[in-house]
Write a protein that binds this ligand. Structure first.
Ligand SMILES: Nc1ncnc2c1ncn2[C@@H]1O[C@H](COP(=O)(O)OP(=O)(O)OP(=O)(O)O)[C@@H](O)[C@H]1O
Length: 249
């Protein structure tokens, strides 16, 4: 059975229909991406999962239980790193745990052994403004995964980075994911990123978002840090064509 499952999820906001019978699922340890045009409703799916907007129609289950009261299953990383500028990196990293009620000292003990793996060991007492964009994204990702939640929700985590840093971060992230196998749902409008990182990809139509395609990515890992193969290009081309058909181009 799927770990996270959305079935026929409908949503309207301010009289505008945003989601139209969205059904998708994520298995344990799976990396799934939601790919769609800007404004389609991708982030809105995350707002539903984290309880920021209430479910209006359809069902969502996580670990076999209805979503209601299950929001604690999700760790959410937003598009911007959202680090608090007045807190040192270490104190930003413990924030999610402190919100869960874990004392700061215990939270630090949980974060500290992970600093080196995220390339932040020498920067834990720095403030966010003293770090590069890539480092801040690594910190935001560490803050997300250290919470030990069942599912990681990543909303365009590399979208704000310059092209080179984005490539480096994607390769670094793929490496981390291969060892930890976090159950991950990624929102992106970057076709190449989706193919590089995902086990499966759902493609959404423009608003109101419907699932118009579901594609498996049966490519060996690691996929990044080496020239993309012909099979990856073929999947990217198919996804692009699906997206372009929807926009009438
Ligand atoms: N409260 C609201 N009332 C009306 N429309 C809303 C409301 N909140 C969001 N929307 C609309 O819902 C649509 C989906 O927004 P969402 O942020 O989920 O899109 P997205 O696919 O994540 O876009 P992007 O890729 O640009 O981040 C947008 O067109 C947005 O204008």
């Amino acid at each position: 059975m799927s770990f996270l499952s959305l079935h026929d999820v409908d949503l309207s906001l301010g009289g505008t229909r945003i989601l139209d019978a969205i059904s998708l699922h994520v298995d344990k340890g799976e990396f799934v991406s939601i790919l769609g045009p800007s404004g389609a409703g991708k982030s809105t799916i995350f707002r539903l999962l984290t309880g920021a907007v209430p479910l209006q129609g359809g069902t969502i289950t996580c670990a076999g239980q209805p979503l209601h009261g299950q929001e604690a299953s999700f760790a959410f990383m937003p598009q911007r790193d959202a680090l608090l500028p007045w807190r040192r990196i270490i104190d930003n990293l413990t924030l999610g745990l402190e919100v869960q009620g874990i004392p700061r000292k215990d939270a630090r003990a949980r974060v500290t052994p992970l600093l080196a793996d995220f390339g932040l060991e020498a920067f834990s007492t720095h403030y966010p403004a003293q770090l590069s964009g890539g480092m801040r994204q690594r910190a935001a990702l560490l803050r997300t995964v250290v919470q030990g939640r069942a599912v990681q929700l990543l909303d365009e985590p590399f979208g704000a980075l310059d092209a080179l840093t984005r490539l480096q971060m994607q390769a670094w992230f793929e490496d981390r994911w291969r060892t930890s196998r976090w159950t991950t749902l990624l929102v992106t409008h970057d076709v190449r990123e989706a193919v590089a990182l995902s086990d499966r990809i759902y493609v959404l139509s423009p608003r109101p978002a419907r699932v118009i395609a579901e594609m498996s990515v049966p490519l060996p890992r690691p996929r990044l840090g080496r020239p993309p193969c012909a099979a990856a290009h073929a999947i990217e081309a198919q996804l692009l064509e699906t997206l372009l058909q929807q926009t009438g181009n």
